[in-house]
Design a protein around this ligand. Structure first.
Ligand SMILES: Nc1ncnc2c1ncn2[C@@H]1O[C@H](COP(=O)(O)OP(=O)(O)OP(=O)(O)O)[C@@H](O)[C@H]1O
Length: 710
């Protein structure tokens, strides 16, 4: 064994002793929480209040247990040694020591852990050494030191390959891993930012935007108590992506974050994906929100004539002025349409009651007058005189004034449940259902012309659909928009929202999200060079301006940790076309030059399967994927490509990562939808090691060249 290896083995033993003690502590904590939970679940609860209290305690303990269990794998990953001899171990959760001042393990999010991420040889922050520990289950397998005080390695120092290099070399598994052990300083600064408003992170493919977003979510839960209490939401573009990132937060000890797509937020399930990119884009535009608001307003008592309400045997005519007054009261109540209906009804009942009261008073007064004229008697005075004569106290005598004799409260109470009044309200201020309103707008050409006057005839005819056509994903924000107008804001809101691939959101989706984040505390990560077809904005100011008045802080990540220098270089021309002015990222990886094959339509499947077979034979443990235009997926599946590789439609490749990629039909991807060239850019930048493209060319013989055309 070389001296280095002996030193390393010795340090592994030293660390194993520390790590075993920490696992011992973790086991104790888990056992304590399990026992407490079992006690709570066994305890009897007699009243509803006690049951509630027991459930709350059980939920808190279960959450605590999930946190500890989630942190078990890779519990400890770092250690910092101060120049003054202080030693701190850094891990996924904090563990207190029994009798020491210093904790046994420091949570990576604690301030004390910060130098682990940010100290450099230029700014050592009081550290002599930063150590990375690699654990497999509970065993320390390797340690790796960086000396920060420019001292020469001393006994006990194990200076080897950087931990980042090791992390990046590791094989992909199809699920993203936490990068908590190797967060880089520029990433750490964003993750730990004290800014609680809107933070935007941009950067090219593979620059760690998703890493930052997820670690930021964990940090928010740790550092911002109010946001944590209200819940953290992580939004991703599609279920495939959510599955890819699903393990990261639990492995950081955080399993109470909701991972969702925009559609999931509403609980509605679209029947199909919007087939037309152009329509998806139109449906995402603010014009549609304005049209829906106008359409709802148009249903609110647009009456310019009177309206008759039957009450018992009587008919009461409401004047257009009465209806306007009730509409104004309801419309300015600040309530959503269906709730404001009560205000409208209330005003209507008041008007009907006053009208009936007036009518009754007038009728009684006229009867009195008739009798007085015919009998020359003042009936009221005569009645009072009679009562006096009988010995009654006239002050207690029943009212004889017609206005006092009218019981307005009783009539109001009666009218509340009166079917005729309900009918009048239903006609004048109907209860609205979101799906009916959206359908009314999209299925009627006249309604569209009235409420979408700013669209061209061509745009309106693209939007027009038949009443029985299925709901698409692009309809969901429209339904949510109307739900907000008619039933009010959503009940479930969050203290902080993290959005990955945020460039994908349409204006209406931004509105959906903001409705659920009243505190406006968000972390948004994305890249407009990778935007899909529904995205109308080309930068953050355009995307966020209408919703946030441009109140956000912007960070740019510049180093690509995924895509090799060789692969990125082949995309420079493409990038210059799709995002002129964007500076390409700098890659810290190197690898083989991308390969470019050509096949005819007849030889395509055999070329693909041959390539996949060859790659699998040469790199059996690596994660390989085929990315092709969505319409090609069936062909690839029929050719059996799934036995060697994951099959990913280009429209769903955003955010994903594989060791090697075969892009089938790059020209088909580029032509498939209006965002085709950006889809292609996404596809070409998914591999950590190797990229091969197979172009379909009529009449082509199989041929290969070393470069992908950018
Ligand atoms: N500090 C880090 N330590 C280890 N690995 C990292 C680090 N930062 C990024 N990576 C790795 O780099 C790869 C790309 O990261 P990530 O997916 O976050 O990039 P991205 O900017 O979101 O990419 P895209 O724009 O393509 O979605 C991932 O494998 C991630 O684990």
């Amino acid at each position: 064994m070389s001296q280095f290896n002996e030193e390393a083995a010795g340090q592994v033993r030293v660390e194993q002793a520390h790590v075993s003690a920490m696992y011992g502590r973790l086991d104790e904590q888990m056992a304590d929480v399990r026992a407490e939970l079992a006690d709570v679940l066994r305890s009897s609860a007699d009243s509803a209040g006690e049951v509630y209290a027991r459930d709350v305690t059980a939920e808190r303990l279960s959450r605590q247990l999930r946190r500890l269990e989630g942190a078990e794998e890779g519990l400890v990953f770092g250690r910092i040694d101060g120049a003054d001899g202080t030693v701190l171990h850094i891990g996924r959760v904090g563990l207190p020591a029994d009798d020491l001042d210093l904790p046994l393990l420091v949570d990576w999010r604690a301030q004390a852990a910060r130098p682990f991420y940010t100290a450099t040889a230029v700014h050592p922050m009081g550290l002599r050494r930063r150590r990375h520990l690699r654990l497999v289950h509970r065993a320390v397998r390797a340690v790796n030191d960086e000396l920060l005080d420019s001292s020469a390695p001393a006994p006990g120092d194990v200076v080897g390959d950087s931990a980042l290099t090791e992390a990046l070399e590791a094989q992909r598994t199809g699920r993203m891993r936490a990068a908590v052990a190797t967060l880089q300083a520029e990433q750490d600064a964003i993750v730990r930012s004290p800014h609680q408003g809107v933070t935007v992170v941009q950067g090219g493919p593979g620059t760690g935007k998703t890493v930052v977003a997820l670690h930021r979510a964990a940090y928010v839960l740790y550092a911002f108590a109010r946001a944590a209490e209200r819940g953290v939401l992580v939004l991703g573009p599609n279920p495939r992506f959510l599955d890819y990132i699903s393990q990261v937060l639990p492995s950081l000890g955080e399993s109470d974050v909701l991972l969702a797509t925009c559609a999931d937020l509403t609980g509605m399930v679209p029947e199909i994906v919007e087939p037309s990119a152009e329509v998806a884009r139109l449906k995402g535009d603010l014009t549609l929100a304005e049209a829906l608001a106008r359409l709802v307003r148009s249903r609110q008592a647009p009456w310019d004539q009177g309206f008759a309400v039957r009450v018992g045997q009587e008919g009461v005519r409401l004047s257009s002025g009465d209806i306007t007054a009730a509409r104004e009261a309801a419309a300015t109540s600040g309530l959503a349409h269906n709730r404001a209906r009560e205000v409208f009804k209330d005003r209507l009942i008041s008007t009907v009651t006053s009208s009936l009261e007036r009518r009754t008073v007038e009728a009684l007064a006229s009867i009195d007058a008739d009798i007085a004229e015919n009998t020359r008697l003042d009936l009221d005075a005569a009645a009072l005189a009679d009562l006096c004569a009988l010995g009654f106290d006239v002050d207690d005598a029943p009212a004889t004034d017609p206005a006092e004799m009218f019981d307005a409260d009783a009539l109001r109470a009666h009218l509340e449940g009166d079917a005729h009044v309900d009918h009048a309200v239903e006609v004048l201020w109907p209860r609205l259902m979101p799906d009916e309103v959206v359908r009314d707008l999209l299925t009627d050409a006249r309604t569209m012309t009235t409420h979408l006057p700013s669209l061209t005839d061509d745009e309106r005819s693209r939007l027009l659909r038949s009443p029985d056509s299925p709901w698409t994903d692009a309809d969901i924000p429209l339904l949510d928009e109307v739900a907000n107008l008619v039933d009010g804001p959503p009940e479930r809101t969050f203290g902080h929202v993290v959005i990955d691939e945020a460039q994908e959101l349409t204006a209406l989706q931004w509105r959906m999200v903001l409705r659920r984040c009243p505190a406006r505390s968000m972390t948004l990560v994305g890249d407009f060079a990778q935007a899909g077809p529904a995205t109308a904005a080309s930068d953050w100011s355009q995307a966020l301006g209408p919703h946030l008045d441009n109140r956000f802080t912007l960070h740019t990540l510049t180093v690509s940790y995924r895509t090799t220098h060789e692969i990125l270089a082949t995309t420079h021309n493409l990038l210059a076309r799709i995002a002129p002015g964007q500076t390409p990222s700098r890659s810290i990886r190197h690898g083989a030059p991308p390969r470019h094959l050509t096949a005819s339509p007849h030889t395509l499947t055999s070329t693909v399967t041959e390539e996949l077979r060859a790659q699998t034979a040469a790199h059996p443990d690596e994660l390989l994927a085929v990315i092709c235009a969505d319409a090609r997926i069936k062909d690839m599946a029929s050719a059996g490509a799934a036995q060697w590789a994951r099959l990913v439609p280009a429209s769903e490749a955003r955010g994903l990562e594989f060791d090697a990629i075969v892009v089938v039909g790059p020209e088909e991807i580029a032509a498939a939808r209006p965002s085709g060239e950006r889809d292609l850019y996404v596809a070409l930048t998914r591999a950590t090691k190797r990229l091969c493209t197979i172009t379909v060319h009529p009449g082509a013989q199989r041929r290969s060249s070393p470069q992908v055309r950018g």
